[in-house]
Ligand binder design. Sequence first.
Ligand SMILES: Nc1ncnc2c1ncn2[C@@H]1O[C@H](COP(=O)(O)OP(=O)(O)OP(=O)(O)O)[C@@H](O)[C@H]1O
Ligand SMILES: [Mg+2]
Length: 383
Amino acid sequence: MLGHQNKLDTTARVGLDIGHHTVNGVEVVERASEIVIRSAGSAAIPGLRSKQDLPEPSAVAHAIKSLWSSARFASRKVVLALPPTAVYMKWLHLEAADEEELEQTASAAASRGAPFPAGDAITDYRILSWRCAGSRKVYFTLLVAASASIMEDMLNTVESAGLEPVAVDIGVAAAVRSASSRTQASGILWSGQPKAHCIMGAKNTTIAVIRENALEFARTVPVGGNDFTERIAEHAGLSWAEAEKIKMAPGVRLNGECAMVASGGSGEIRVPCEQVVGRLAREIQRSLKFFKSQYAEGSYLGMIGGTTASGGGALLKGLDSCLQDHGIEINGIVNPFAGFSVAAESGGVQDVGDNAAAYTTAVGLATADYWHAARDEDLEAVA
Ligand SMILES: Nc1ncnc2c1ncn2[C@@H]1O[C@H](COP(=O)(O)OP(=O)(O)OP(=O)(O)O)[C@@H](O)[C@H]1O
Ligand SMILES: [Mg+2]
């Protein structure tokens, strides 16, 4: 969205989603006008020992290199996602005489209130709708400010792993693009009614609201898969790595009391996770309530039509029904690969298994049409 793209050969590329826990990659290739999935895979970032640990750039580069060899990606061109900490988004009604005046107002407003200095901010905006107000117009806009220094650090890490970044997008925008087009593909009616999508990661969960495929609200809260790992480590007196291994073992699930049932070295382990689920449910509820509060009481515009989820954190079995017991109805875990053709001669998606939902951001990055939009703009400029 921020328009950082080099117009290179983009027929093959990898959408690379670098998280706090895992790097997820999806390689696509363009065949005529169709985007085909070539391969997909993930690699855990090594060396993490607690919920607070931030991945070292060298550990991220290491995970990227091992991902390239395990997923047998052929392309070194990558599309990257900015993490929520690097992006400040807001939705404002801005009054202006025309789009030229709007541009000035929007770029000044975008970085105001951002958690990084205005001098570090790259700004952008999108008009979501507009209406006339006398001789002027009121534009409903999505304003975005991104931290140039965080983006620079990310580009350096990726380049140190031998890759060539060709575009940078906003993580939530990529995830929502892929989640909303998959929801359409699965036949759910996607009307003017807003829908919510929760991207559950390791450190964070982002609650997004989408209306007619446009992102209309997003809030990131500090609850995710790491909180479950921490509960296991505390409860069973295990190291972070041991707790993570238990959580990921086949058959592990949250039961009706929101306790995680897993088998440890000395038999079955039951870890009460009620507090983590409660915190996650409260944060989702609060965010959706805030979204709704922007509209008049009872207005159809603020009524969320359904909630879906994705991200590695959403793979925890039983989490959806525990959230439901806490008042959050999850209508589906998104499979971002559904509806795409897979190239027969490559790695394909066999390594993805049941973990498809972890790839929503990577699929959204790989399949976005950054280049055609840029080429169209160039053609218009030439004409
Ligand atoms: N099969 C699974 N069962 C339970 N949890 C899982 C499973 N697979 C992955 N996870 C958890 O999902 C999280 C990783 O998901 P994801 O890759 O979306 O996060 P991330 O992008 O690294 O983190 P963040 O978005 O917070 O930066 C980890 O907490 C991991 O333990
Ligand atoms: Mg993530």
